[in-house]
Design a protein around this ligand. Structure first.
Ligand code: CMP
Length: 139
């Protein structure tokens, strides 16, 4: 079914000027960018967005990283967009990511892994709402 998912092009990627190359990967996979903005996340936004991870040992490092440089937040639309996006991103750890995936080609480490993508329909809906109002999404 036609789905929407939420994506972040992370600081390690914006810093290395890889935004366009990453968006090209999404588009080649059949995903359409239906909303997009470049933002510099506040600490409050990053802590709120990643609240589910707040007990993890890497939480502080994750938040510091996500506010270290601008990011590009996007809504991607397509057939089975959530799974399709996860496939094109590759495994969280770039050392385990398949050939041709974004993380295999661009990610530096498990933390500096170039992209975030929603993992399920419920989280996709929540994450989209966290950064976008309905009128900013143009399908
Ligand atoms: P993301 O999909 O953005 O959601 C949580 C993030 O935590 C994940 O991608 C990783 O980039 C990051 N992460 C997971 N495990 C580690 C780790 N061991 N050290 C640092 N960051 C991590």
């Amino acid at each position: 079914a036609l789905q929407r998912t939420f994506s972040i092009i992370k600081p390690d990627a914006t810093k290395r000027n890889l935004t366009g190359k990453i968006i090209a990967k999404f588009e080649e996979a059949g995903l359409r960018v239906v909303a997009s903005k470049r933002i510099h996340m506040t600490r409050e936004q990053a802590e709120g967005f990643y609240a589910v991870h707040k007990e993890r040992p890497f939480f502080g490092e994750l938040v510091d990283f996500m506010i270290s440089e601008p990011v590009v937040v996007q809504v991607l639309e397509g057939e089975d967009a959530i799974a399709k996006n996860r496939e094109v991103m590759g495994a969280t750890n770039p050392a385990e990511a398949a050939e041709g995936t974004i993380r295999k080609e661009f990610a530096l480490s498990i933390g500096e892994n170039s992209v975030h993508g929603s993992d399920a329909p419920e989280t996709a809906a929540e994450e989209i709402k966290f950064f976008f109002s309905d009128d900013e999404i143009v399908g």
